[in-house]
Design a protein. Structure first.
Length: 195
């Protein structure tokens, strides 16, 4: 059999002609057709994007509630971080503590309310990058002592540092899925119904 005919898809073996949609290459897997790619994208849009959206909202609500359950301990951690960063911790501890919890709740609500899903994704990404950046700054620039960050209250212990930063950066994947995957059509129909 002529190899050029196989590559071009023009050879014929009785009734089994090579489909012009499949390209023969060094790979044992043919290229995905347009309908297969559309089907995969539809599955991602139908399942993965909503799971990411509601998962992020649940995460931010969970962390806010967890911080509220140990608000005094969390405020003490915030005061240590502010002090290590050179801020007047006596003045800024409670505003920053309340601000972090409030912003987490607002981010979750933005992710839940259909017309503001993409704004919520931006807020989530900004928070995650900000928290990751500060964790790395605290460890490497300030050479801060190990400190329980209180991100998840007392439910899940995590120290401020590289692991915290990596966890937050890994959470950017669902943020990108929500931001880039939440379609214009979904936003348009969302204006008709709030949830």
């Amino acid at each position: 059999m002529n190899e050029e005919a196989i590559r071009s898809g023009t050879h014929d073996e009785g009734t089994n002609a090579t489909s012009p949609h499949l390209r023969v290459s060094g790979s044992p897997h043919p290229d995905l057709s347009a309908s297969q790619r559309h089907h995969i994208f539809a599955l991602v849009r139908r399942w993965l994007i909503p799971i990411s959206r509601f998962g992020l909202a649940a995460l931010f609500l969970f962390t806010a509630v967890a911080k509220l359950t140990i608000v005094r301990d969390f405020a003490a951690n915030v005061s240590q971080l502010l002090s290590a960063s050179g801020f007047d911790y006596t003045r800024w501890t409670w505003p920053v503590t309340i601000g972090v919890i409030t912003v987490e709740v607002i981010t979750a609500l933005l992710l839940l309310y259909r017309p503001t899903v993409r704004i919520g994704a931006v807020a989530a990404g900004t928070l995650l990058i900000g928290f990751a950046g500060y964790a790395l700054y605290y460890v490497y620039a300030l050479h801060g002592e190990p400190l329980e960050c209180g991100c998840f209250g007392k439910i899940i212990g995590s120290q401020l540092g590289v692991n915290t930063a990596l966890r937050n950066l890994a959470l950017l994947l669902p943020v990108f899925l929500v931001f880039f995957g939440y379609s214009k059509r979904q936003r348009a129909t969302a204006s008709d119904r709030s949830l």
